[in-house]
Ligand binder design. Sequence first.
Ligand SMILES: Nc1ncnc2c1ncn2[C@@H]1O[C@H](COP(=O)(O)OP(=O)(O)OP(=O)(O)O)[C@@H](O)[C@H]1O
Ligand SMILES: [Mg+2]
Length: 263
Amino acid sequence: MAGNKKKNAPAAEAREAAPAAENKRETGGRSVILSAKDLCKTYGRGEAAVHALDKVSLDIYEGELLAILGSSGSGKSTLLNMLGGMDQPDSGSITIGGRELSSLRDRELTRYRREDVGFVFQSFNLIAELTARENVAMTADISQDKGIVRDMLELVGLGAKLDSYPTQMSGGEQQRVSIARALAKNPRLLLCDEPTGALDYETGKQILIALEKLVRERGKTVVIVTHTQEIGRMADRSIRMRSGRIIDQTENPEPVSAELMEW
Ligand SMILES: Nc1ncnc2c1ncn2[C@@H]1O[C@H](COP(=O)(O)OP(=O)(O)OP(=O)(O)O)[C@@H](O)[C@H]1O
Ligand SMILES: [Mg+2]
């Protein structure tokens, strides 16, 4: 992480302890699109209790590329699932668009999950019987004739694979279909859980380049959860988790382009 301005722990704590953010709060010229405050999640009870999240507070800024780093079991996926409304914290709050997620009714929460956030998983989760075009159209709940499906597949470099089935595509191509699928809903936030975890080095790099392009050229907000420390170098900011806590935050004023990164 040479060249990064490391925040020391007290500074990170001070930032976490800042008053709960209102939505779109301006912070040093950046607007907060999502604010999580004191999230706790415990699995199991008594001796066997696991504190998957232990008072995690985090603001996500519009148009940033945020990396969430940490070893296996540190709580990264638990946090991402909460931010995406897929799981609920035992306590704490998540505010987005001026509203708290826990206050949403079922229908509003479903709409939030479907429209406001896009998810990209390690395992792609494509439907084998459907082509790239159909996979994107189906999950986005839009007609496959709509230009958006083609646009998104072209954006991730798959304009020539519209009618290919998952088995006819490489792992990286399948992951790019899943990114196109997440983007077709035009979400304000794209949450990626180990998007390169199942891919070889070169293919993983292509995915990172595609995600970087979404932030730098399309102004999207992208969160990448990863074990790979180096991925933090391409991010505007990285946070590190350990045992359900954020133990470090690093601002990266000069992110390295994914193209040039090696790990
Ligand atoms: N449904 C569950 N039931 C019980 N324990 C769980 C459950 N989900 C997660 N945990 C535990 O919570 C902790 C955090 O898990 P989480 O999946 O968030 O970690 P992670 O950082 O994403 O790990 P990895 O890098 O391996 O994906 C782990 O100790 C895990 O065993
Ligand atoms: Mg995980």
